[in-house]
Design a binder for this molecule. Structure first.
Ligand code: CTP
Length: 474
Protein backbone atom coordinates (compact mmCIF):
# COMPACT_ATOMS: atom_id res chain seq x y z
CA UNK A 1 0.00 0.00 0.00
CA UNK A 2 1.29 3.43 -0.91
CA UNK A 3 0.80 5.37 2.31
CA UNK A 4 1.69 8.74 0.80
CA UNK A 5 -1.02 8.29 -1.78
CA UNK A 6 -3.60 7.25 0.85
CA UNK A 7 -2.74 10.26 3.01
CA UNK A 8 -3.02 12.63 0.06
CA UNK A 9 -6.79 12.14 -0.09
CA UNK A 10 -7.30 14.09 3.14
CA UNK A 11 -5.68 17.56 3.34
CA UNK A 12 -5.44 17.63 7.15
CA UNK A 13 -2.35 15.37 7.19
CA UNK A 14 -0.33 17.72 5.03
CA UNK A 15 -1.66 20.74 6.94
CA UNK A 16 -0.71 19.32 10.34
CA UNK A 17 2.68 18.26 8.94
CA UNK A 18 3.45 21.80 7.77
CA UNK A 19 2.53 23.32 11.14
CA UNK A 20 4.51 20.64 13.00
CA UNK A 21 7.56 21.46 10.87
CA UNK A 22 7.16 25.15 11.65
CA UNK A 23 7.11 24.29 15.38
CA UNK A 24 9.94 21.87 14.84
CA UNK A 25 7.93 19.02 16.36
CA UNK A 26 8.14 15.41 15.30
CA UNK A 27 4.52 14.39 14.70
CA UNK A 28 2.86 11.11 13.85
CA UNK A 29 -0.52 9.88 12.81
CA UNK A 30 -1.22 6.99 15.22
CA UNK A 31 -3.59 4.37 16.57
CA UNK A 32 -6.97 3.36 15.20
CA UNK A 33 -6.82 5.60 12.15
CA UNK A 34 -3.64 3.96 10.85
CA UNK A 35 -5.01 0.50 11.60
CA UNK A 36 -8.22 1.25 9.73
CA UNK A 37 -6.34 2.89 6.85
CA UNK A 38 -4.33 -0.29 6.33
CA UNK A 39 -7.48 -2.38 6.61
CA UNK A 40 -9.35 -0.09 4.26
CA UNK A 41 -12.05 0.57 6.85
CA UNK A 42 -13.65 4.00 7.11
CA UNK A 43 -12.75 5.96 10.22
CA UNK A 44 -13.70 9.40 11.53
CA UNK A 45 -11.26 9.76 14.43
CA UNK A 46 -7.78 10.99 13.64
CA UNK A 47 -5.13 10.91 16.36
CA UNK A 48 -1.78 12.69 16.24
CA UNK A 49 1.07 12.16 18.67
CA UNK A 50 3.83 14.72 18.75
CA UNK A 51 7.10 14.83 20.62
CA UNK A 52 6.29 17.88 22.71
CA UNK A 53 3.18 19.80 23.66
CA UNK A 54 0.07 18.41 21.91
CA UNK A 55 -2.11 21.33 23.04
CA UNK A 56 0.29 23.85 21.53
CA UNK A 57 0.28 21.93 18.25
CA UNK A 58 -3.54 21.79 18.20
CA UNK A 59 -3.78 25.54 18.70
CA UNK A 60 -1.27 26.23 15.97
CA UNK A 61 -3.07 23.89 13.56
CA UNK A 62 -6.39 25.58 14.29
CA UNK A 63 -4.85 29.01 13.66
CA UNK A 64 -3.47 27.83 10.32
CA UNK A 65 -6.79 26.46 9.04
CA UNK A 66 -9.07 28.86 7.13
CA UNK A 67 -12.11 27.86 9.22
CA UNK A 68 -10.23 28.33 12.56
CA UNK A 69 -12.01 25.50 14.38
CA UNK A 70 -12.31 25.92 18.17
CA UNK A 71 -9.82 23.88 20.20
CA UNK A 72 -11.25 21.74 23.01
CA UNK A 73 -8.53 21.29 25.60
CA UNK A 74 -8.53 18.41 28.10
CA UNK A 75 -5.82 19.65 30.41
CA UNK A 76 -5.81 16.65 32.73
CA UNK A 77 -4.95 14.36 29.86
CA UNK A 78 -2.74 16.83 28.02
CA UNK A 79 -4.86 16.40 24.91
CA UNK A 80 -6.69 18.78 22.60
CA UNK A 81 -9.29 18.21 19.92
CA UNK A 82 -10.55 20.08 16.89
CA UNK A 83 -13.32 19.21 14.50
CA UNK A 84 -12.44 19.51 10.84
CA UNK A 85 -15.37 18.68 8.59
CA UNK A 86 -16.59 15.25 9.71
CA UNK A 87 -13.31 14.43 11.37
CA UNK A 88 -12.51 14.59 15.05
CA UNK A 89 -8.83 15.33 15.22
CA UNK A 90 -6.98 14.77 18.47
CA UNK A 91 -3.48 15.87 19.49
CA UNK A 92 -1.39 14.58 22.36
CA UNK A 93 2.26 14.67 23.34
CA UNK A 94 4.04 11.29 23.36
CA UNK A 95 4.08 9.83 26.87
CA UNK A 96 5.48 7.00 28.84
CA UNK A 97 4.18 5.61 32.05
CA UNK A 98 6.34 4.63 34.95
CA UNK A 99 5.19 2.87 38.07
CA UNK A 100 6.40 3.88 41.52
CA UNK A 101 7.16 0.99 43.80
CA UNK A 102 4.72 2.19 46.48
CA UNK A 103 1.84 3.09 44.22
CA UNK A 104 -0.23 1.45 41.52
CA UNK A 105 -0.98 4.81 39.98
CA UNK A 106 1.22 5.39 36.96
CA UNK A 107 3.20 8.54 36.60
CA UNK A 108 2.80 9.88 33.12
CA UNK A 109 5.73 11.78 31.70
CA UNK A 110 6.92 12.90 28.30
CA UNK A 111 8.43 10.09 26.28
CA UNK A 112 9.56 9.00 22.84
CA UNK A 113 7.24 7.74 20.14
CA UNK A 114 8.29 4.17 20.83
CA UNK A 115 7.53 4.52 24.55
CA UNK A 116 4.13 5.89 23.62
CA UNK A 117 3.50 3.02 21.23
CA UNK A 118 4.47 0.44 23.84
CA UNK A 119 1.87 1.63 26.33
CA UNK A 120 -0.95 1.16 23.87
CA UNK A 121 -3.29 -1.82 23.96
CA UNK A 122 -2.62 -3.97 20.88
CA UNK A 123 0.11 -4.14 18.28
CA UNK A 124 -2.39 -3.32 15.53
CA UNK A 125 -3.13 -0.08 17.41
CA UNK A 126 0.51 0.92 17.89
CA UNK A 127 1.24 1.86 14.30
CA UNK A 128 2.52 5.35 13.59
CA UNK A 129 2.99 7.25 10.32
CA UNK A 130 5.30 10.23 10.23
CA UNK A 131 3.78 13.39 8.78
CA UNK A 132 6.82 15.72 8.97
CA UNK A 133 8.08 16.62 5.55
CA UNK A 134 11.49 14.99 6.01
CA UNK A 135 10.00 11.50 6.32
CA UNK A 136 6.38 12.04 5.31
CA UNK A 137 4.45 8.76 5.02
CA UNK A 138 7.06 6.60 6.76
CA UNK A 139 5.52 3.79 8.80
CA UNK A 140 6.87 3.22 12.33
CA UNK A 141 6.04 -0.27 13.44
CA UNK A 142 8.36 -1.46 16.22
CA UNK A 143 5.91 -4.11 17.49
CA UNK A 144 5.13 -5.85 14.20
CA UNK A 145 1.61 -4.50 14.04
CA UNK A 146 1.47 -4.83 10.25
CA UNK A 147 2.41 -8.49 10.50
CA UNK A 148 -0.37 -9.01 13.05
CA UNK A 149 -2.83 -7.22 10.79
CA UNK A 150 -1.88 -9.62 8.01
CA UNK A 151 -1.99 -12.67 10.28
CA UNK A 152 -5.23 -11.38 11.81
CA UNK A 153 -3.99 -11.48 15.37
CA UNK A 154 -4.79 -9.39 18.44
CA UNK A 155 -1.64 -9.21 20.56
CA UNK A 156 -0.42 -6.85 23.24
CA UNK A 157 2.84 -5.00 22.48
CA UNK A 158 4.05 -5.37 26.08
CA UNK A 159 3.67 -8.23 28.56
CA UNK A 160 -0.12 -8.95 28.61
CA UNK A 161 -0.05 -8.80 32.42
CA UNK A 162 1.11 -5.21 32.24
CA UNK A 163 -1.18 -4.17 29.40
CA UNK A 164 -4.28 -5.58 31.08
CA UNK A 165 -3.51 -4.52 34.60
CA UNK A 166 -2.85 -0.97 33.32
CA UNK A 167 -6.39 -0.90 32.00
CA UNK A 168 -8.61 -3.98 32.45
CA UNK A 169 -11.12 -2.61 29.92
CA UNK A 170 -8.59 -3.68 27.32
CA UNK A 171 -9.70 -7.28 27.91
CA UNK A 172 -13.13 -6.32 26.56
CA UNK A 173 -11.46 -4.35 23.78
CA UNK A 174 -9.37 -7.39 22.77
CA UNK A 175 -12.54 -9.39 22.25
CA UNK A 176 -14.34 -6.48 20.62
CA UNK A 177 -11.54 -6.02 18.06
CA UNK A 178 -11.36 -9.78 17.47
CA UNK A 179 -15.12 -9.79 16.84
CA UNK A 180 -15.20 -6.68 14.64
CA UNK A 181 -12.18 -7.64 12.54
CA UNK A 182 -12.68 -11.42 12.66
CA UNK A 183 -9.24 -11.84 14.21
CA UNK A 184 -7.87 -14.40 16.66
CA UNK A 185 -6.42 -13.46 20.02
CA UNK A 186 -2.79 -14.57 20.44
CA UNK A 187 -2.44 -17.40 23.00
CA UNK A 188 -0.34 -15.45 25.50
CA UNK A 189 -2.64 -12.45 25.21
CA UNK A 190 -5.64 -14.68 25.84
CA UNK A 191 -3.82 -16.23 28.79
CA UNK A 192 -3.40 -12.70 30.15
CA UNK A 193 -7.17 -12.18 29.93
CA UNK A 194 -7.88 -15.44 31.73
CA UNK A 195 -5.54 -14.42 34.54
CA UNK A 196 -6.88 -10.89 34.86
CA UNK A 197 -10.61 -11.45 34.22
CA UNK A 198 -11.43 -10.63 37.87
CA UNK A 199 -9.95 -7.19 37.43
CA UNK A 200 -12.83 -6.23 35.19
CA UNK A 201 -14.65 -5.47 38.45
CA UNK A 202 -12.85 -2.11 38.69
CA UNK A 203 -14.22 -0.97 35.33
CA UNK A 204 -17.44 1.03 35.18
CA UNK A 205 -20.57 -0.57 33.79
CA UNK A 206 -20.88 2.19 31.18
CA UNK A 207 -17.52 1.36 29.64
CA UNK A 208 -18.22 -2.37 29.68
CA UNK A 209 -21.61 -2.01 27.99
CA UNK A 210 -20.11 0.21 25.29
CA UNK A 211 -17.77 -2.60 24.33
CA UNK A 212 -20.46 -5.26 24.67
CA UNK A 213 -22.81 -3.36 22.38
CA UNK A 214 -20.05 -3.07 19.79
CA UNK A 215 -19.61 -6.84 19.98
CA UNK A 216 -23.37 -7.33 19.62
CA UNK A 217 -23.35 -5.16 16.49
CA UNK A 218 -20.72 -7.26 14.70
CA UNK A 219 -21.62 -9.44 11.75
CA UNK A 220 -21.54 -12.68 13.74
CA UNK A 221 -21.93 -11.75 17.41
CA UNK A 222 -21.73 -15.35 18.63
CA UNK A 223 -17.98 -15.26 18.06
CA UNK A 224 -17.47 -12.41 20.51
CA UNK A 225 -19.83 -13.97 23.04
CA UNK A 226 -18.00 -17.29 22.91
CA UNK A 227 -14.74 -15.47 23.62
CA UNK A 228 -16.38 -13.56 26.47
CA UNK A 229 -17.65 -16.83 27.86
CA UNK A 230 -14.46 -18.88 27.70
CA UNK A 231 -12.31 -16.00 28.93
CA UNK A 232 -14.41 -15.75 32.10
CA UNK A 233 -15.34 -12.11 31.43
CA UNK A 234 -19.03 -12.72 30.71
CA UNK A 235 -19.57 -14.20 34.17
CA UNK A 236 -18.54 -10.87 35.67
CA UNK A 237 -21.24 -8.75 34.20
CA UNK A 238 -23.86 -11.07 32.73
CA UNK A 239 -24.17 -14.22 34.90
CA UNK A 240 -27.76 -14.80 33.72
CA UNK A 241 -26.44 -15.50 30.26
CA UNK A 242 -23.74 -17.83 31.52
CA UNK A 243 -26.44 -19.73 33.42
CA UNK A 244 -28.02 -20.65 30.07
CA UNK A 245 -25.04 -22.84 29.31
CA UNK A 246 -25.16 -26.56 29.95
CA UNK A 247 -27.32 -29.57 29.30
CA UNK A 248 -29.17 -31.59 31.92
CA UNK A 249 -30.25 -35.16 31.36
CA UNK A 250 -32.57 -37.54 33.14
CA UNK A 251 -32.46 -41.00 31.63
CA UNK A 252 -32.46 -40.47 27.88
CA UNK A 253 -34.13 -37.08 28.13
CA UNK A 254 -31.99 -33.99 27.79
CA UNK A 255 -32.69 -30.42 26.77
CA UNK A 256 -30.72 -28.30 24.35
CA UNK A 257 -27.90 -26.03 25.52
CA UNK A 258 -29.70 -22.72 25.78
CA UNK A 259 -26.53 -20.63 25.66
CA UNK A 260 -25.51 -21.91 22.25
CA UNK A 261 -29.14 -21.84 21.11
CA UNK A 262 -29.38 -18.17 22.14
CA UNK A 263 -26.18 -17.38 20.22
CA UNK A 264 -27.58 -19.10 17.16
CA UNK A 265 -30.77 -17.05 17.41
CA UNK A 266 -28.68 -13.91 17.81
CA UNK A 267 -26.62 -14.75 14.71
CA UNK A 268 -29.78 -15.56 12.77
CA UNK A 269 -31.44 -12.30 13.67
CA UNK A 270 -28.21 -10.43 12.92
CA UNK A 271 -28.21 -11.61 9.30
CA UNK A 272 -31.44 -9.65 8.87
CA UNK A 273 -31.11 -6.62 11.10
CA UNK A 274 -28.57 -4.12 12.37
CA UNK A 275 -30.94 -3.05 15.13
CA UNK A 276 -29.14 -3.28 18.46
CA UNK A 277 -32.43 -3.72 20.30
CA UNK A 278 -33.78 -6.54 18.18
CA UNK A 279 -30.42 -8.21 18.75
CA UNK A 280 -30.85 -7.60 22.49
CA UNK A 281 -34.30 -9.19 22.30
CA UNK A 282 -32.64 -12.29 20.81
CA UNK A 283 -30.11 -12.33 23.65
CA UNK A 284 -32.86 -12.04 26.25
CA UNK A 285 -35.59 -14.21 24.76
CA UNK A 286 -34.80 -17.36 26.77
CA UNK A 287 -33.03 -15.70 29.70
CA UNK A 288 -35.47 -17.18 32.23
CA UNK A 289 -35.09 -20.75 31.05
CA UNK A 290 -32.73 -21.74 33.89
CA UNK A 291 -35.12 -20.22 36.44
CA UNK A 292 -38.17 -22.03 35.07
CA UNK A 293 -36.62 -25.37 34.21
CA UNK A 294 -38.52 -28.43 35.50
CA UNK A 295 -38.39 -32.13 34.75
CA UNK A 296 -41.55 -34.06 34.19
CA UNK A 297 -41.49 -37.85 33.75
CA UNK A 298 -44.03 -37.78 30.94
CA UNK A 299 -42.94 -34.82 28.84
CA UNK A 300 -39.32 -34.37 29.84
CA UNK A 301 -37.83 -30.91 30.35
CA UNK A 302 -40.13 -27.90 30.46
CA UNK A 303 -39.58 -24.16 30.79
CA UNK A 304 -43.15 -23.07 31.45
CA UNK A 305 -43.61 -19.35 31.81
CA UNK A 306 -40.04 -18.48 30.81
CA UNK A 307 -41.38 -15.77 28.49
CA UNK A 308 -43.23 -14.00 31.33
CA UNK A 309 -40.43 -14.43 33.83
CA UNK A 310 -37.90 -13.31 31.20
CA UNK A 311 -39.95 -10.14 30.63
CA UNK A 312 -39.98 -9.55 34.39
CA UNK A 313 -36.19 -10.02 34.57
CA UNK A 314 -35.53 -7.57 31.74
CA UNK A 315 -35.68 -4.24 33.67
CA UNK A 316 -33.32 -5.52 36.40
CA UNK A 317 -30.76 -6.76 33.89
CA UNK A 318 -30.99 -3.56 31.82
CA UNK A 319 -30.55 -1.40 34.92
CA UNK A 320 -27.54 -3.34 36.13
CA UNK A 321 -25.89 -3.38 32.69
CA UNK A 322 -26.44 0.40 32.34
CA UNK A 323 -28.64 -0.13 29.32
CA UNK A 324 -31.35 2.48 28.75
CA UNK A 325 -34.44 2.19 30.95
CA UNK A 326 -36.75 3.81 28.41
CA UNK A 327 -38.87 2.60 25.50
CA UNK A 328 -35.93 0.53 24.23
CA UNK A 329 -36.05 -1.61 27.37
CA UNK A 330 -39.85 -1.86 27.04
CA UNK A 331 -39.45 -2.98 23.43
CA UNK A 332 -37.06 -5.78 24.41
CA UNK A 333 -39.34 -6.73 27.30
CA UNK A 334 -42.33 -6.88 24.98
CA UNK A 335 -40.60 -9.13 22.45
CA UNK A 336 -39.38 -11.45 25.22
CA UNK A 337 -42.90 -11.69 26.59
CA UNK A 338 -44.52 -12.34 23.22
CA UNK A 339 -41.93 -14.59 21.59
CA UNK A 340 -43.97 -17.78 21.94
CA UNK A 341 -47.29 -16.31 20.88
CA UNK A 342 -46.96 -16.59 17.06
CA UNK A 343 -46.20 -20.32 17.34
CA UNK A 344 -49.46 -20.76 19.21
CA UNK A 345 -51.29 -19.18 16.27
CA UNK A 346 -50.17 -21.79 13.74
CA UNK A 347 -53.13 -24.03 14.47
CA UNK A 348 -55.89 -23.88 11.81
CA UNK A 349 -58.57 -23.51 14.44
CA UNK A 350 -57.04 -20.34 15.83
CA UNK A 351 -59.61 -17.59 16.24
CA UNK A 352 -59.49 -14.10 14.81
CA UNK A 353 -59.74 -12.90 18.40
CA UNK A 354 -56.36 -14.48 19.22
CA UNK A 355 -54.83 -12.87 16.13
CA UNK A 356 -56.29 -9.48 17.02
CA UNK A 357 -54.95 -9.77 20.56
CA UNK A 358 -51.42 -10.39 19.35
CA UNK A 359 -51.64 -7.50 16.87
CA UNK A 360 -52.94 -5.26 19.62
CA UNK A 361 -50.21 -6.26 22.09
CA UNK A 362 -47.32 -6.19 19.62
CA UNK A 363 -48.47 -3.02 17.86
CA UNK A 364 -45.89 -1.70 15.43
CA UNK A 365 -43.33 -4.23 16.68
CA UNK A 366 -45.20 -7.17 15.16
CA UNK A 367 -42.76 -7.45 12.23
CA UNK A 368 -39.77 -7.48 14.57
CA UNK A 369 -41.49 -10.12 16.68
CA UNK A 370 -41.97 -12.30 13.61
CA UNK A 371 -38.28 -11.85 12.75
CA UNK A 372 -37.32 -12.98 16.24
CA UNK A 373 -39.62 -16.01 15.96
CA UNK A 374 -38.10 -17.00 12.63
CA UNK A 375 -34.60 -16.60 14.07
CA UNK A 376 -35.64 -18.82 16.99
CA UNK A 377 -35.90 -21.80 14.64
CA UNK A 378 -32.51 -23.43 15.14
CA UNK A 379 -33.21 -27.07 14.42
CA UNK A 380 -30.50 -28.93 12.52
CA UNK A 381 -33.19 -30.85 10.65
CA UNK A 382 -33.82 -29.01 7.36
CA UNK A 383 -37.30 -30.47 6.94
CA UNK A 384 -38.32 -29.22 10.35
CA UNK A 385 -36.86 -25.78 9.67
CA UNK A 386 -38.79 -25.55 6.40
CA UNK A 387 -42.01 -26.65 8.07
CA UNK A 388 -41.66 -24.16 10.95
CA UNK A 389 -40.87 -21.28 8.64
CA UNK A 390 -43.81 -22.18 6.38
CA UNK A 391 -45.99 -22.12 9.50
CA UNK A 392 -44.81 -18.62 10.26
CA UNK A 393 -45.67 -17.61 6.68
CA UNK A 394 -49.18 -18.84 7.39
CA UNK A 395 -49.39 -16.91 10.66
CA UNK A 396 -48.13 -13.76 8.99
CA UNK A 397 -50.74 -14.08 6.26
CA UNK A 398 -53.51 -14.52 8.82
CA UNK A 399 -52.24 -11.52 10.78
CA UNK A 400 -52.26 -9.41 7.62
CA UNK A 401 -55.82 -10.44 6.79
CA UNK A 402 -57.10 -9.64 10.26
CA UNK A 403 -55.25 -6.33 10.34
CA UNK A 404 -56.67 -5.31 6.95
CA UNK A 405 -60.14 -6.06 8.28
CA UNK A 406 -59.98 -4.75 11.85
CA UNK A 407 -57.01 -2.37 12.15
CA UNK A 408 -56.02 -3.19 15.70
CA UNK A 409 -52.25 -2.94 15.23
CA UNK A 410 -52.30 0.73 16.20
CA UNK A 411 -55.42 0.53 18.24
CA UNK A 412 -57.00 3.89 19.02
CA UNK A 413 -60.07 3.68 21.24
CA UNK A 414 -63.05 4.61 19.01
CA UNK A 415 -64.62 6.43 21.97
CA UNK A 416 -62.25 8.46 24.11
CA UNK A 417 -62.37 8.91 27.87
CA UNK A 418 -63.18 12.60 27.36
CA UNK A 419 -66.18 11.71 25.22
CA UNK A 420 -67.45 9.21 27.79
CA UNK A 421 -67.15 11.84 30.52
CA UNK A 422 -68.91 14.46 28.44
CA UNK A 423 -71.79 12.16 27.44
CA UNK A 424 -72.52 11.03 30.99
CA UNK A 425 -71.36 14.12 32.84
CA UNK A 426 -68.74 12.07 34.72
CA UNK A 427 -65.55 13.21 36.39
CA UNK A 428 -62.35 11.24 35.71
CA UNK A 429 -63.02 8.00 37.55
CA UNK A 430 -62.66 4.28 37.50
CA UNK A 431 -65.95 3.74 35.73
CA UNK A 432 -64.71 5.72 32.71
CA UNK A 433 -61.68 3.44 32.46
CA UNK A 434 -63.89 0.37 32.85
CA UNK A 435 -66.14 1.44 29.99
CA UNK A 436 -63.17 2.07 27.71
CA UNK A 437 -61.65 -1.28 28.62
CA UNK A 438 -64.87 -3.18 27.99
CA UNK A 439 -65.27 -1.55 24.57
CA UNK A 440 -61.69 -2.50 23.66
CA UNK A 441 -62.24 -6.08 24.85
CA UNK A 442 -65.42 -6.37 22.78
CA UNK A 443 -63.53 -5.22 19.68
CA UNK A 444 -60.64 -7.62 20.26
CA UNK A 445 -63.07 -10.47 20.93
CA UNK A 446 -64.96 -9.63 17.72
CA UNK A 447 -68.25 -8.91 19.48
CA UNK A 448 -68.42 -5.53 17.79
CA UNK A 449 -66.59 -3.95 14.85
CA UNK A 450 -63.84 -1.42 15.41
CA UNK A 451 -65.88 1.66 14.58
CA UNK A 452 -67.48 4.56 16.41
CA UNK A 453 -71.16 3.77 15.95
CA UNK A 454 -70.89 0.19 17.26
CA UNK A 455 -68.65 1.36 20.09
CA UNK A 456 -71.16 4.05 21.12
CA UNK A 457 -74.04 1.62 20.98
CA UNK A 458 -72.19 -0.82 23.23
CA UNK A 459 -71.18 2.00 25.55
CA UNK A 460 -74.86 2.98 26.11
CA UNK A 461 -75.81 -0.63 26.81
CA UNK A 462 -72.95 -1.10 29.28
CA UNK A 463 -73.70 2.20 30.96
CA UNK A 464 -77.38 1.32 31.34
CA UNK A 465 -76.40 -1.92 33.03
CA UNK A 466 -74.22 0.01 35.44
CA UNK A 467 -77.06 2.44 36.11
CA UNK A 468 -75.26 5.39 34.52
CA UNK A 469 -77.53 7.82 32.75
CA UNK A 470 -76.92 10.13 29.88
CA UNK A 471 -76.45 13.72 30.90
CA UNK A 472 -79.47 15.81 29.95
CA UNK A 473 -79.17 19.44 29.02
CA UNK A 474 -81.93 21.54 30.56
N1 CTP B 1 -5.95 2.82 23.54
C1 CTP B 1 -5.33 1.99 24.46
N2 CTP B 1 -6.03 1.47 25.51
C2 CTP B 1 -7.34 1.76 25.68
C3 CTP B 1 -7.99 2.60 24.76
C4 CTP B 1 -7.26 3.12 23.70
O1 CTP B 1 -4.15 1.73 24.31
N3 CTP B 1 -8.01 1.26 26.70
C5 CTP B 1 -5.16 3.41 22.43
C6 CTP B 1 -5.07 2.52 21.20
O2 CTP B 1 -3.81 2.74 20.62
C7 CTP B 1 -6.16 3.05 20.29
C8 CTP B 1 -6.12 4.55 20.61
O3 CTP B 1 -5.77 4.62 22.00
O4 CTP B 1 -5.90 2.80 18.94
C9 CTP B 1 -7.45 5.25 20.36
O5 CTP B 1 -8.47 4.65 21.15
P1 CTP B 1 -9.97 4.55 20.71
O6 CTP B 1 -10.36 5.77 19.97
O7 CTP B 1 -10.76 4.15 21.91
O8 CTP B 1 -9.99 3.26 19.80
P2 CTP B 1 -9.65 3.04 18.30
O9 CTP B 1 -8.46 2.15 18.22
O10 CTP B 1 -9.58 4.32 17.54
O11 CTP B 1 -10.87 2.15 17.79
P3 CTP B 1 -12.43 2.47 17.82
O12 CTP B 1 -12.62 3.81 17.21
O13 CTP B 1 -13.00 1.35 17.03
O14 CTP B 1 -12.84 2.41 19.26
Amino acid sequence: MNLKKSLATIPIFQQVGTVADQLNMETYLVGGYVRDLLLDRPSKDIDFVCIGDGIKLAKAVSAALPERPPVAVFKNFGTAMIKVGDWEVEFVGARKESYQRHSRKPQVEAGTLQEDQERRDFTINTLGISINEANYGELLDPFDGVKDLKRKIIRTPADPELTFSDDPLRMMRAIRFAAQLKFDIAPDTFEGILKNADRLSIISGERIIDELNKIILTEKPSYGFKLLFVSGLLEHFFPEMVALQGVDSVGDKSHKDNFYHTLQVLDNVSTRTDSLWLRWAAIMHDIAKPATKRFNQKVGWTFHGHEDKGARMTPGIFRRLKLPMDERMKYVQKLVKLHLRPIALVNDKVTDAALRRLLFEAGDDIDDLMQLCRADVTSKNDHKVKRFLANFDKVEKKLQEVEAKDQVRNFQPPVSGDEIMAIFGLKPSRVVGDLKEEIKEAILEGQIQNNKSEALELMYRLAAKKGIEKKTNH
